[in-house]
Design a protein around this ligand. Structure first.
Ligand SMILES: Nc1ncnc2c1ncn2[C@@H]1O[C@H](COP(=O)(O)OP(=O)(O)OP(=O)(O)O)[C@@H](O)[C@H]1O
Ligand SMILES: [Mg+2]
Length: 170
């Protein structure tokens, strides 16, 4: 267990993050919440600390430092990440900031764990915003996803992407 302090965290940020994690409920792919401190600064959350060889290893780090050894391991981690995300969605929440730095690898079984629920919210309270990225430009930059432009997306885009990925990887 480790206490992660963030100097920028305010009292108003700590509670929603803790309530999102506890609201989603128990899952091996989500850290347990042991406590919150909002009594006095520094405000913090106490979470289950997932490690690989005694340190926190994000998916970004795992990919860039060759911890992920082959395509099979990569596909397995991606599939499990999709399954965790589907669980989050089924429980009525959105993560809203899924990226390689917000997934850590738990070394006990080389399983991914989704972290950082600071931007998470209930699906019923979600509001669609105009994307900040230029979709056409991104399609040119990432041609491997270009053909998915016309996938019909009802509800959250990440929900649809996650479901498609999970089906493809089965
Ligand atoms: N439960 C956890 N288990 C292991 N490592 C964790 C855990 N929570 C956070 N970390 C580590 O701490 C780093 C920062 O945590 P987190 O993403 O929650 O904070 P942040 O303030 O949003 O940072 P960032 O702006 O980089 O996303 C993560 O990249 C990860 O390495
Ligand atoms: Mg983060």
């Amino acid at each position: 267990m480790k206490i992660i302090e963030s100097p920028e965290k305010t009292r108003e940020e700590v509670w929603p993050e803790a309530s999102a994690i506890t609201g989603i409920g128990d899952h091996w792919g989500i850290p347990l919440v042991f406590g919150v401190c909002t009594d006095r600064a520094p405000f913090y959350l106490v979470l289950q600390f997932h490690t690989l060889r005694s340190e926190s290893v994000t998916l970004f780090k795992a990919a860039s430092e060759k911890v992920i050894q082959d395509v099979a391991m990569c596909a397995d981690i991606l599939k499990q990440t999709c399954e965790i995300l589907m669980f989050i969605h089924e429980r009525g929440f959105l993560h809203n900031e899924l990226k390689s730095n917000n997934v850590v690898i738990d070394g006990s079984e080389n399983k991914p764990v989704i972290i950082d629920f600071g931007k998470s919210c209930k699906i019923v309270k979600a509001r669609l915003r105009k994307p900040k990225v230029n979709i056409e430009k991104s399609m040119n930059k990432f041609p491997h996803i270009r053909h998915r432009k016309n996938i019909a997306v009802k509800g959250s885009p990440s929900l649809a992407t996650c479901s498609h990925l999970a089906i493809w990887l089965r």
